[in-house]
Design a protein around this ligand. Structure first.
Ligand code: AMP
Ligand code: MG
Length: 701
């Protein structure tokens, strides 16, 4: 089975036009293109849907992409019916027969009459029944029980298997599908004619074409739909079904498209419900990091910071799966795919001011007096008729430009008596108007994968028709403090005990970066306790530990990670900070930070932050670097990078905390950032430019 590049699942409707605003019981199409789930498309009526589908199939075909398009109505009638109606036992003969007779417009169609005409071809009363219109239709009973002697089978074979499906003969009432069939098959007949050999209809034909049409029934994945937060059920159905079909393995997809009744048709995926649901419930995640991702080439000794960062960056990739969330929940989350505009902004040319609109061509220099047409154009209240050349219309900000209007004069520059408007020319062509799509054009990529969504991004998404966003699942990071000397802030500290300062700092940092924090508390310097905690922490995507990371007697984290995990001590030429312990425990990356709070923070900001950002799908996050004049003197030796705690003084110069001691927590709190002094020797005098890394640029509020 050749794979499909694009999956489109359409929830059809037998009813009338549902209007502009997305509602249920209209037509919805769910799309997965190239493995990325797109925002379902709202199609207010069948005419719009047919146009949209035709364009989509043309575009996919031209691009050489293979499409599977599903429609939630039966493709055929019970055995013998096609023969009885058309004289041929060929479902396509029935499609064409219906296509020739059904007329369909947004507000009116002839489905009741066509059903009655079919009934007249059979003896007795029926088989079609049900009538949602007020007017009785001769030969079309309102109740199913009123039918008799028509001789047709009630259900197709597939409907006898799929419990809960409705008979094709029922045209009206909750859940009825008969009208959708009558109104849908003519559309499919036209698609078939248009695409010829490029299109095949399963199971009437082998699913070999570049475009394959198939009958679907979203109730197959009811369990997932019920658990979905979307308030519009039809929209959730098509989004989930498209995702489920797109995620099937090659074998499961082939099983869905096996040969079936070539006269009555069959439901795609019936019998494969478990496979479809397991696609939706699986936490799809990228492969884990390679086993030796933190390994250093042999002979590497003290590595300069930039080289260590490059090596770390190259060893990691995103480890989280994806989900689709509604916009209000998407803020702060990381986009998992590129987003293109579903709609232009503005969607139509409109007025940028309150004033009077007219055709520029009819105006010139000097005083202008134009008669006003009756009525006005306002935002959301379009003026329907054209404005004749030489006339003007009262127009308000945001109103779509009526036909015949291409420029607007500001109301303050006009006089009007209600019948005409006077102003001074010349007026520039296009004055005070906004072009359709001048901000964003439909189809334009507006945001790219890896972008962390902020409030203004939600405005852009909403304005261009996006109600949901595909995002990476939140990275879960476990935090562990180690040391026999540690006790919890607020507890009574015994002799020789200190309060655990790193854990509140690290958990707050991680939460500020948008991660889910799993606080695993404090641990004594005891291998068994640490092993148990690491096992628990391995349920997360990454682990941050502090303390015990060097090579001393009590450095249990290092010892355990070396013995039972995979540990590399990266000797990074950095102050403050001892070797940074990078390891994997049961395949989960561990960042072993030094115990000293100053070193722990610097290592977390310089190494853990960009690495976690990469793991989370947001890409490597370099800190914000600013060149600021020094407010200090310093003689720095060659051989390592230093990150003293700093803040910017009232004179705009950067000053350092008085002590460099790595236990000086007060300096961390006093500071508003770090100064970065590179590897090389440096004599710094007041006024020399130095690199300042503000805390805010590390995502620290
Ligand atoms: P270690 O890396 O375990 O050798 O610890 C280095 C220094 O940092 C020692 O003075 C520890 O007491 C101190 N330390 C370790 N963990 C913490 C912590 N969570 N909070 C405050 N100080 C700590
Ligand atoms: Mg310790």
């Amino acid at each position: 089975m050749r794979r499909f590049d694009t999956i489109v699942m359409v929830d059809w409707s037998g009813g009338h036009d549902r209007g502009q605003a997305p509602v249920k019981d209209a037509i919805w199409a769910g799309i997965v293109r190239g493995g990325i789930s797109e925002e379902p498309v709202y199609l207010r009526n069948r005419q719009v849907a047919e146009g949209w589908l035709t364009d989509l199939l043309e575009a996919e075909k031209d691009a050489g992409r293979r499409v599977l398009a599903g429609f939630d109505f039966p493709f055929g009638y019970p055995g013998g019916v096609a023969q009885a109606i058309t004289g041929r036992a060929d479902p396509f003969a029935l499609w064409d027969w219906l296509e020739a007779r059904i007329s369909d417009a947004p507000k009116a169609n002839n489905r009741w009459q066509v059903a009655a005409d079919i009934n007249a071809l059979f003896p007795g009363i029926g088989p079609f029944w049900g009538n949602a219109s007020k007017i009785d239709v001769a030969g079309l009973p309102r109740k199913g029980a009123a039918r008799a002697g028509h001789g047709c089978t009630e259900l197709r074979a597939v409907e006898r298997v799929a419990k809960g499906t409705f008979s094709v003969w029922q045209l009206a009432g909750a859940g009825a599908v008969g009208s959708q069939v009558l109104m849908g098959l003519p559309v499919l007949a036209r698609l078939r004619r248009r695409f010829g050999d490029a299109l095949s209809v399963w199971p009437f034909e082998a699913p070999a074409g570049q475009i394959v049409l198939a009958e679907i029934w979203p109730s197959l994945i009811n369990k997932a739909v019920k658990a979905d937060p979307d308030t519009i059920r039809d929209r959730a159905q098509v989004r989930l079904l498209a995702a489920a079909v797109a995620g099937l393995s090659r074998g499961d997809l082939a099983a869905c498209l096996e040969p079936r009744s070539a006269e009555e048709g069959w439901i795609l995926g019936l019998g494969q419900e478990a496979a479809l649901l397991s696609v939706l419930s699986a936490d799809l995640a990228p492969p884990p990091l390679s086993d030796d991702c933190f390994a250093l080439p042999p002979g590497v000794d003290w590595t300069p910071v930039p080289e260590a960062l490059t090596r770390l960056r190259d060893s990691l990739h995103p480890v989280v799966g994806q989900e689709n969330v509604a916009l209000p929940q998407a803020v702060g989350r990381v986009l998992a795919g590129d987003i293109w505009a579903r709609r232009s902004n503005p969607p139509t040319a409109n007025s940028a001011v309150d004033g009077y609109g007219f055709a520029h061509a009819a105006t010139g220099a000097g005083p202008q007096i134009l008669p006003l047409v009756a009525g006005r154009a306002a935002a959301g209240q379009a003026y329907s008729g054209p404005v004749p050349q030489g006339h003007a219309i009262r127009i308000l900000t945001g109103a779509a430009l009526p036909e015949g209007v291409d420029c607007v004069v500001l109301e303050e520059d006009c006089r009007s008596d209600g019948r005409a408007v006077a102003f001074n020319g010349p007026v520039k062509p296009g004055a005070n108007t906004r072009d359709a799509g001048e901000d964003v054009e439909t189809g334009q990529v507006i945001l790219t994968a890896g972008h962390r969504l902020r409030a203004p991004d939600l405005a852009l998404l909403a304005a261009t028709g996006q109600a949901h966003a595909p995002i990476f699942r939140r990275l879960r990071v476990a935090v562990i403090s180690t040391g026999d000397e540690l006790c919890e802030a607020g507890d009574t500290a015994g002799m020789g005990q200190i309060y655990d300062a790193n854990r509140p700092m690290l958990t707050a940092l991680l939460a500020g970066w948008g991660y889910e924090v799993i606080d695993l508390g404090r641990l004594p310097d005891d291998a068994d306790a640490i092993r148990a905690a690491l096992d628990q922490a391995a349920g997360a995507d990454a682990i941050l530990t502090s303390g015990g990371a060097s090579a001393g007697d009590e450095d249990h984290i290092s010892r355990l990670l070396r013995a039972e995990g995979r540990l590399t001590n990266w000797r990074i030429a950095l102050k403050p900070g001892r070797p940074l312990a990078l390891a994997q425990w049961r395949g989960v990356p561990v960042f072993g930070l030094p115990g000293n709070p100053v070193a722990a923070l610097v290592c977390a900001l310089i190494f853990a932050r960009p690495a976690l950002s990469l793991l989370s799908g947001a890409g490597w996050a370099a800190p914000l670097r600013m060149q600021v004049p020094a407010g200090f003197t310093k003689s720095k030796k060659q051989g390592r990078a230093e990150y003293p705690r700093a803040r910017i003084g009232a004179d705009g110069r950067v000053v350092l905390f008085a002590s460099e001691g790595s236990g000086r927590i007060s300096g961390l709190s006093w500071a508003e950032g770090l100064v970065e002094l590179p590897f090389e020797a440096q004599e710094i005098a007041p006024g020399d430019p130095v690199t300042f890394l503000p805390y805010a640029g590390f995502g620290m509020g």
